[in-house]
Ligand binder design. Structure first.
Ligand SMILES: [Zn+2]
Length: 433
């Protein structure tokens, strides 16, 4: 179903008119309500009267994660605290976390975005959803909760963790939709097998997986394991949480709801827009939020964008699956390496599992060493040493020929690499740089 046909299928020409109106409004709103943004706009020589249409967005300054950190906790809020209905905090690795505040209208807007996402994935009112994203300060759980309420689904608010209970509830309640991280979906398949349950017979027909980048190969693996349709959802708490973009059942890019989240794809070095179809950093402007609207937020996610109308009838553009993160990227001996590239290689090779970890270290001076831990199927691990050596060699060669980087491969038994109930930890960087 298409939840909001008017907005999701609006003719692009008409959409430009709406976006232009909304951009004018949001810039004026920030000018009047956010001293920090007013300063930012003034120092870029912008005033609200100068915004004529949505193309003027390119003249606006960017907003970065650092801007949010520096504004800790509430300096970027554009409403007084009494108007803020809910606060979320994103997990930061260093320094202050980022804090976002939602007014009641913002929560409703978020629910609207998720309802559209659910519709894209093929859910409809009356379906049952198992939400296995964490509930709490992380936006995954509550976001899906509000959207599912709005659409009229029956919710099992499991949160993440307690996998055996998740599987028992799935078996007994028979929900149709599962929402969680892709790595957790695979982990639960292992748990199900351990419980003597064949994941292929599960009641889940639709999976909505996000909060970490994942590849087409991993999709294949999840769909095979669970015998379900696995779709990708995109979002980030700074913008609203999940629901910024979502794949439809054609699985050919994620529809970004551009009446509320205006997308641009830029060259991260120059800040200029790249051409349609080219890779760049996704930048999002929230067109209608009130609590903490953001202009041109640098997501650090690498995507490409496609403005063609989709087979499903939606006209909102589609971003590719996340190809990497500018901050997840590791540079090994001068070569850019994204964990998703390694994942892609591994899933092409018979006998390996999509559970892996990259460890980068610098033991001898100025010489980076990349080690890739790869789980292999049990039957392979019990093979003779020479076969294991041959598999190691194969992975090393494939990584070398695809990424141009030499890596040490360490094959490990199933379930050696620590599992996460949220985002998988793909990179351990031990270098002191
Ligand atoms: Zn579509």
């Amino acid at each position: 179903m298409i939840w909001n046909e008017k907005m999701e299928c609006m003719e692009p020409k008409e959409m430009v008119g709406l976006q232009s109106e909304r951009l004018k409004q949001i810039v004026a709103y920030l000018w009047n309500n956010s001293p920090l943004y007013r300063k930012k706009l003034e120092s870029s020589g912008i005033n609200p009267a100068g915004i004529k249409d949505v193309n003027d967005i390119e003249r606006l300054p960017f907003t970065t994660k650092e801007d949010l950190r520096d504004a800790y906790p509430f300096k970027l809020f554009s409403r007084p605290l009494k108007d803020i209905a809910e606060i979320h905090v994103s997990s930061g690795t260093t320094g202050n976390p980022t804090v976002v505040g939602y007014t009641k209208d913002d929560l409703d807007l978020w629910a609207e975005a998720i309802a559209r996402a659910l519709g894209c994935a093929g859910a409809k009112p009356g379906d049952m959803i198992q939400i296995a994203y964490g509930y709490g300060l992380f936006t995954g759980g509550l976001g899906f909760h509000y959207g599912s309420l709005k659409m009229g689904l029956t919710i099992i608010p499991c949160s993440s963790g307690q996998s055996k209970r998740q599987i028992k509830l799935m078996t007994d309640f028979k929900p149709k939709v599962l929402a969680c991280t892709p790595s957790y979906a695979l982990y639960m398949a292992e748990e199900a097998k351990e419980m003597g349950i064949d994941p292929k017979n599960s009641s889940w027909e639709i999976g909505i997986f996000g909060a970490e980048p994942w590849t087409e190969d991993m999709r294949g693996e999840i769909e095979k394991e669970w015998n379900m349709l696995a779709t990708d959802v995109y979002g980030l708490s700074e913008i609203t949480g999940p629901g910024v973009a979502q794949e439809c059942t054609h699985k050919d890019g994620l529809h970004i709801f551009w009446d509320i989240f205006f997308p641009e794809v830029i060259d991260p070095k120059t800040g200029k827009r790249v051409k349609e179809g080219e890779d760049g950093e996704l930048v999002v402007t929230t067109m209608t939020k009130q609590g903490i609207p953001l202009l041109r937020y640098r997501t650090r996610d690498i995507v490409s964008i496609n403005y063609e109308k989709c087979k499903c009838g939606r006209t909102c553009p589609r971003i590719s699956k996340i190809k990497g993160r500018t901050d997840d990227m590791i540079i090994v001996r001068g070569i850019n390496v994204f964990p998703t590239q390694i994942e892609h290689v591994l899933l092409q090779i018979e006998g390996t599992k999509p559970h892996y970890q990259l460890i980068v270290d610098r033991k001898t001076r100025e010489m980076d060493e990349l080690e890739v831990l790869v789980e292999v199927e049990e039957k392979i691990f019990s093979d003779e040493i020479s076969k294991l050596k041959a598999l190691e060699e194969k992975i090393r060669n494939e990584i070398m020929s695809t990424l141009g980087v030499s890596a040490k491969i360490r094959l490990v038994e199933p379930k050696t690499i620590e599992r996460s109930e949220g985002k998988a930890k793909r990179v351990i960087d031990k270098r002191k740089i």
